[in-house]
Ligand binder design. Sequence first.
Ligand code: HEM
Ligand code: HEM
Length: 180
Amino acid sequence: MQTDVTPTERYSRQARWFHWLAFAAVALAYVFINFRGVFPRGSDAAKVPMQGHILFGLVVLALVLPRLLHRLRNAPPPVAPAIAPWESLLSRVTHFALYAFLLVQPLLGLFTVWSGGPLKVPFTTLEIPSPMAPDHALHEQLGGLHENIGTIFYYVIGLHIAGALWHHFFRHDNTLKRML
Ligand code: HEM
Ligand code: HEM
């Protein structure tokens, strides 16, 4: 039987906005970067995937600190019916990893760019100067780490989504409804 969800049993309105905006920005950052190399080299269109990627990646970064502050002051509502201790542990570990990703991944992207030169503000002619000297070896290392973490988190995000759907469709609890 499905559990009814009253407004007080949901995540706060702000927490829900933060969650779904961050989801959209992460998804768009992934979509844009996967279009890199699709357009002819040197064409105007060829710049769009990286600029779109950086734009939405920076949106992720802008959202994460206010979101974490809000989260520290607002505990999530309980899941009903209550979940087993191992499920609670798994969700805590996954949520911690997701928050770390939302903070670290855009910062790594930013410092990948800055270790090579200034950051071009997406879709403008403005530039934000780098706080560091160009360092080719560091640029390569940060870029590699950023790519690897980006690949690993396809799976972590996949696990998170599978968990949410499992709770809703198989366990029939209010986990997902609390976030809607
Ligand atoms: C949550 C946000 C982000 C995600 C999920 C993400 C994910 C990724 C992924 C998966 C790749 C590798 C694509 C490939 O296989 O070629 C990549 C590349 C890249 N990203 Fe991000 N990124 C994010 C934020 C950012 C930000 C904020 C910046 C810059 C300010 C950035 C700059 C770059 C650059 C420069 C590359 C190319 C790296 C290289 O070729 O060495 N990313 N990103
Ligand atoms: C980029 C993709 C996503 C990221 C980075 C992400 C991140 C997070 C984080 C950090 C939390 C913990 C919230 C907290 O307790 O403060 C969370 C909770 C949640 N997310 Fe996501 N999420 C993503 C996509 C999704 C999708 C697509 C769904 C639905 C199918 C979803 C459903 C949920 C639900 C139901 C919760 C509450 C879980 C609970 O309280 O135990 N998420 N998400």
